[in-house]
Write a protein that binds this ligand. Structure first.
Ligand code: SAH
Length: 353
């Protein structure tokens, strides 16, 4: 991909060494450049004071830096969660979230602008996929948030807009770079990647020798219900998905997370809980229940609090580890893709006016 070839912030150290060779400069300059980009995290070549002026000029000519820019930020009055809207070099818009927990700060990043998976309750997918994000664009969401908020980021969840395994190569490169000790150095054990379940990609990921946590979006205890909520379930059955997760666990030793968005009257009955526990029997896993965040384009509603609590108790009775996801930033367009979508609608109607 030509885009990637020119994107210096997505390059590994050996690749930067090659560039130095092409530019007829010393190989050790590559390490200096990498540190400026990923450890000191400056945004322009001018700031890289230990590189010669001539080299900085050549670099800005051949490999211009075009970082993402923040265009909006909202802070929740309830829990301090911050939602960021960023503009990419080509005008596309993405969102990311900073969540503050007792154990550290977590950033939720987007892996694509939009999404093509079509999950029925999700706002990110309503307008389809615009494009994949480059590794640098995923890194920069974290760099920008850490700089703007002044908070150290210790955890990453890839749970914003997009299906990370549908952008496999770029996400993999991002994972390696973000955990590299020459960069921002966030431990892979503090990174969770959520997928709707692209089976061949899960199997591939299991071979990469990473230590990240895999979170699988389950959302239903049987194929029929899952197909209603998630089109991808027509391609891969629950058995195939669970087997792939099991394989990921065998290869990495990382405990699995299953996400289950509770949709009122759709997947929240006692029978659903019973079936779900049967499905997960014997797996080393943890279930994260997410009260569905209703979007205006669909008429899904949240389960009542009592129903959510009963669902949890039922799973626990069957010996399953469960948490109910605390709703963060519910006053600031909480659900994935809502803020981006609203921003795009507003700017569209501005254009028409
Ligand atoms: N493509 C990845 C990441 C998506 S976002 C995946 O499918 O896992 C992370 C989680 O939020 C997923 O489990 C997704 O299904 C869920 N989600 C998306 N929109 C939601 C909504 N409106 N309410 C509750 N959960 C939602």
């Amino acid at each position: 991909m030509r885009e990637l070839e020119l994107d210096i912030k997505s390059m590994s150290l050996p690749e930067l060494k090659q560039i130095m060779e092409e530019l007829k400069d010393k190989p050790f300059r590559a390490k200096q450049l990498y540190e400026w980009l990923h450890q000191k995290r400056v945004w322009s070549y001018e700031e890289m004071t230990n590189l010669s002026k001539a080299l900085r000029e050549k670099l800005s000519h051949e490999y211009p830096l075009k970082p993402i820019e923040m265009i909006q930020m909202q802070t929740s009055k309830i829990d301090g969660t911050q939602k960021y809207l960023f503009r990419l070099r080509d005008g596309n818009v993405i969102e990311s979230v900073l969540m503050k927990y007792k154990h550290g700060n977590s950033v939720c990043i987007s892996s694509q602008a939009g999404c093509r998976m079509g999950c029925r309750f999700c706002a990110s997918t309503l307008d389809g996929l615009a494009r994949n994000l480059l590794p640098s664009e995923m890194l920069e969401q974290i760099y920008r948030i850490q700089e703007i908020s002044g908070e150290r980021v210790s955890n990453i969840v890839i749970m914003g807009s997009g299906e990370p395994l549908d952008n496999y190569d770029n996400v993999l490169r991002f994972l390696k770079m973000v955990s590299d000790d020459m960069g921002i150095c966030i431990s892979q054990r503090n990174i969770t990647m959520s997928t709707c379940g692209l089976v061949p990609r899960i199997l591939q990921l299991a071979e990469e020798q990473l230590q990240i946590t895999l979170a699988l979006s389950l959302h239903a205890p049987d194929n029929e219900k899952r197909q209603e909520l998630m089109p991808i379930a027509k391609k891969y059955t629950l058995d195939q998905v669970i087997d792939a997760c099991q394989y990921y666990f065998q290869k990495t030793g990382r405990r699995l997370t299953f996400e289950y968005s509770l949709v009122g009257g759709v997947n929240d009955s006692a029978e659903d809980a019973r079936q779900l526990s049967g499905l997960l029997k014997g797996l080393n896993c943890h279930v994260n229940l997410i009260p569905v965040n209703p979007i205006k384009e669909r008429n899904y509603r949240q389960s009542d609090r009592q129903v959510i609590d009963n669902f949890k108790i039922k799973l626990e009775k069957y010996g399953i580890n469960v948490t109910i996801r605390r709703e963060m930033g519910s006053d600031i367009d909480g659900a994935c893709g809502q803020l981006r979508k609203r921003y795009m609608e507003e700017t569209e109607s501005e254009k028409i006016k």
